[in-house]
Design a protein around this ligand. Structure first.
Ligand code: ADP
Length: 175
């Protein structure tokens, strides 16, 4: 069996987690691996439907994602999680549970994420229509020791995805 792993993206809304994931999926498939994605938005409409954005609910959401990632990873799959996952302690929990865990900090200044405003959520958060929005009125705790940092205000999507692939190769996941 091939060695499973989870690429764990973390970063602000609009930083580029989903966009880099789409390219990374192609690159992993080109290596002949099966890959499964747990996208934060998708998870919230099924696995975590009904959960809100309090710290407790966010933690429950991330624990569920981590649980599924663990099951897949231990069965040799390549897994990608793309959720904001703003809290350091719960990302550490995910790392401990999953073990073959590659944390990728998708770094992008708040102003840039806000100017992109892919889903129009920052405008709503600024207008007070959405509460507890990460980066506006809810905290984002940057990773202290991520395996990879992608600076999406300075790199192309391709460069970011290739950086992650290089790290996966270095860690021996495509041996
Ligand atoms: P997230 O999943 O983190 O909320 P998305 O991937 O949905 O973010 O949105 C990121 C937006 O930023 C997309 O519109 C994407 O085209 C754009 N973008 C511009 N440059 C980059 C880059 N270097 N990496 C990733 N996304 C980028």
């Amino acid at each position: 069996m091939q060695k499973g792993f989870t690429v764990w993206f973390t970063g602000l809304s609009g930083a580029g987690k989903t966009t880099i994931t789409e390219r990374l999926v192609e690159l992993i498939q080109e290596k002949g691996r099966n890959v499964e994605v747990l996208d934060g938005d998708v998870v919230r409409t099924n696995l975590s439907k009904g959960l809100g954005f309090s710290k407790e609910d966010r933690d429950t959401n991330i624990k569920r994602i981590a649980f599924v990632c663990k099951l897949l990873t231990r069965n040799g799959a390549a897994v990608i999680s793309a959720a904001i996952s703003p809290y350091r302690d719960i990302r550490q929990h995910a790392r401990d549970e999953i073990k073959n865990f590659v944390e990728v900090y998708v770094s992008c200044p708040l102003e840039v994420c806000e100017s992109r405003d892919v889903k129009g959520l920052y405008a709503k958060a600024r207008a007070g229509e959405i509460k507890q929005f990460t980066g506006i009125d809810d905290p984002y705790e940057e990773p202290l020791n991520p395996e990879v940092v992608c600076e999406t205000d300075k790199e192309t999507v391709e460069q970011s995805a290739q950086k992650v692939m290089a790290k996966l190769e270095e860690l021996g996941y495509f041996a």
